[in-house]
Write a protein that binds this ligand. Sequence first.
Ligand SMILES: C[S@@+](CC[C@H](N)C(=O)[O-])C[C@H]1O[C@@H](n2cnc3c(N)ncnc32)[C@H](O)[C@@H]1O
Length: 361
Amino acid sequence: MADAPDPDRLKLYSFSVFTQLSGAVTAGMIHLGDRLGLYAALASADEPMTTESLATSCGLDERWVREWAYNQAAAALIAVDTDSTPERFWLTPEAIAVLATPDSPAFGMGMFHRFPQTMAALEVMPESFRTGLGHDYDSHGPEGAVGIERSFEPWNRHHLIPTVLPALDGVVERLEAGIAIADIGCGAGGAVLLMAAAFPNSTFVGYDISQHALDRAEHRRREAGATNVRFVDPRSEPLPDDHSVDLVTTFDCIHDMTHPQEMIDAIAASLSADGVWLLVDIKGRDTFAENVRKNPMAPLMYGISVLSCMSSALSAPDGAGLGTLGLPESRAREMAGAAGFTRFRTLDVDHSVNSFYEIRP
Ligand SMILES: C[S@@+](CC[C@H](N)C(=O)[O-])C[C@H]1O[C@@H](n2cnc3c(N)ncnc32)[C@H](O)[C@@H]1O
């Protein structure tokens, strides 16, 4: 029989359990702050705001805004002057970057954008745990695709063209001259649209199995007036298998796929002899222990895996189920080798979550 709980340790343990709930509920409040324009209003104000002025500037009801602001200030996410009556609230420069500046590489609202859809997956999870079958990205609806777009695009906008592509040997020159590129798992097209704009002589195809992502990507393509990129579902138009593609990019998607090895085999069959595969994927480690030791976000990542990444990777009965942290370098090397790739180089790109690899036939 288990020992009786130690009273002090019991209090501490309960506190740590409810701290998780506090984080989850506050994440919901962050979603509202972003969605209702509360952060944008605080960021653009010339001076600290009362909840009355904040509510007025967003067209909202003051009582609700006040309770929200108390949550945010209690969580130390927004600054508050409690000596003034009523209290006044503002954003520090760091808070402005993360909460209210879509152009900042530190902007972090993407995952919060899709927070309701991510948590709604809890409703279908018990069935997934029983049957083993997960749900693909379309199960998160159109806003799920927008959330993914907002998650990755701020960093990409600052680093993809100036940092990542030049790290690939000789690729920028070829992109400038004009080559064929496939961006697989393109989502809402954030990365491929950036590349298409930067390299007008090259032609790009974005592949994704999410109809919501493809719709969003096509909408953005039309808005941008881009004519050198198109978006397709690989189930109706597979990647060419005649070695006609010069560059394949995969951004944070191989670990989400039900059949990643088949996809990697298809990438190998699509690439020309001097072609390049830029693999960008989550920086997983070889063991659970290492992931926990080296990644302070490990609990978040294992949870997101259940709700999103692993669920997608198990959305077919024979899915591989790699999940968020399931493609460490060792496995990426192994899978690339199995597809016949002979050269594998880790790129020196500084990113808090992702690893970058140049892989060649
Ligand atoms: C985390 S999102 C990344 C999206 C995009 N690369 C980005 O950086 O914004 C993963 C994407 O992979 C797509 N995906 C999953 N399995 C796929 C497959 N077999 N072929 C193409 N896309 C796939 C999903 O639909 C989803 O849009």
